[in-house]
Design a protein around this ligand. Structure first.
Ligand SMILES: *Cc1c(COP(=O)(O)O)cnc(C)c1O
Length: 344
């Protein structure tokens, strides 16, 4: 399945890609404005920013590889699996972020899809049943996108135990919002676990492209072999260094997203719509047959949310980004107008 770019209107309120609706920290802009001529002419030195990232994630030196967005990290685990075993299988747990399928397809791997339970919860039994002798890669997302649901504690480690010849890429794109991470003792114990993080969402650096892979240095070594040596550009490096200095900004934004999440869930409860209790900066809502109509109606008002109704077990669902509270109120007001006219 090829990744289809999502239409991204540059105007209006974008609540369809789980972006940071406030933008980056002002400290990031100041850093970008301080750029010197030789900053652009010299290949970047990644040592300082990598050390800062190791501190940020609380790991030992050698445990972090910064990447050109987390998307690049998702690609290199697939490339590495291909090198290990040309006819490898990779497991994707649905409903899933579309990039996993795109990365497997890009290297000619075989995707094994684990269908979701009707409640969209993570089913360890189904994942274990999908393992084969050719499995070399497993993508899991915690909390998951688009459901926002956590993977039950201990399940990822059980998968790691059951699949010693596979890399388990734990996509923690939304860990800043969930406040949970596998980084720590679990990651230390299981050398086939790789945690993926992004600075696109909570830090608001989506356009600069900055992510990271966190794992034991021995686990990262084969991934580093397929990574271009200078894939992260100097603007991303400078932005990241400034972002690491401004923890208060991330804390503020995470609190805004949490408040927005509650507003969206309360609106759903008040109006009888099913939603999934999300740990991310978004909420999946089951609107029903009118999902596409709602997306179109909001777009007409300049508010963009994501139609997820074609994802497995997500019929009639839309995903709404929970950003700054004021933006969420605007979206809910428009949804209220739509609801009233549709007679829900
Ligand atoms: C947004 C997102 C990413 C991509 O992060 P980038 O750093 O922008 O490449 C990865 N995984 C999931 C689940 C996401 O939602």
């Amino acid at each position: 399945m090829t990744y289809t770019p999502v239409p991204s209107p540059s105007h209006g309120l974008r609540l369809h890609l789980n972006e940071n609706t406030a933008g980056c920290s002002p400290a990031v802009l100041a850093a970008l404005r301080s750029i010197e001529r030789t900053d652009t002419s010299e290949y970047p030195d990644y040592a300082p920013v990598t050390a800062q990232a190791e501190t940020w994630f609380g790991v030992e030196p050698g445990w972090v590889q910064i990447t050109n967005g987390l998307d690049e990290g998702l690609h290199v685990v697939a490339q590495s699996a291909k090198l290990k075993q040309p006819d490898f299988e990779a497991i994707v747990v649905e409903p899933a972020f579309e990039m996993y399928a795109a990365c497997i397809e890009a290297v000619g791997g075989r995707q094994v899809t684990v269908p979701p339970a009707p409640d969209l919860g993570f089913s360890i039994e189904r994942v274990l049943a999908a393992l084969s002798l050719r499995t070399r890669l497993i993508y899991v997302c915690d909390p998951n996108n688009p459901s926002g649901l956590p993977i039950p504690a201990g399940d990822i480690e059980r998968v790691a135990d059951a699949a010693p010849d596979s890399v388990i890429l734990v996509d923690e794109a939304y860990a800043d919002f969930s406040g949970r991470t596998l980084i720590g003792a679990a990651l230390d114990r299981h050398r086939n676990l790789v945690v993926g993080r992004t600075f696109a969402k909570a830090h608001g650096l989506a356009a600069l492209r900055a992510g990271a892979l966190i794992a034991h240095p021995g686990t990262l070594a084969p991934l580093r072999r397929v990574l271009p040596p200078f894939s992260v550009n100097i603007c991303a490096v400078m932005a990241l260094q400034a972002a690491f200095q401004d923890r208060a900004y991330v804390a503020w934004y995470v609190a805004e997203a949490a408040a927005s999440r509650r507003l969206i869930c309360d609106w759903c409860t008040a109006n009888g719509f099913t939603f999934w209790p999300s740990e991310g900066n978004f909420v999946l809502v089951r609107v029903g047959d009118d999902a596409t109509d709602l997306v179109r109606s909001l777009a007409d008002r300049g508010i963009h949310i994501r139609d997820r109704s074609r994802q497995p077990e997500c019929a009639g669902c839309v995903r709404i980004t929970a950003g700054v509270v004021g933006d969420t109120r605007r979206c809910l007001a428009a949804m209220e107008v739509w609801r009233a006219t549709r007679g829900h």
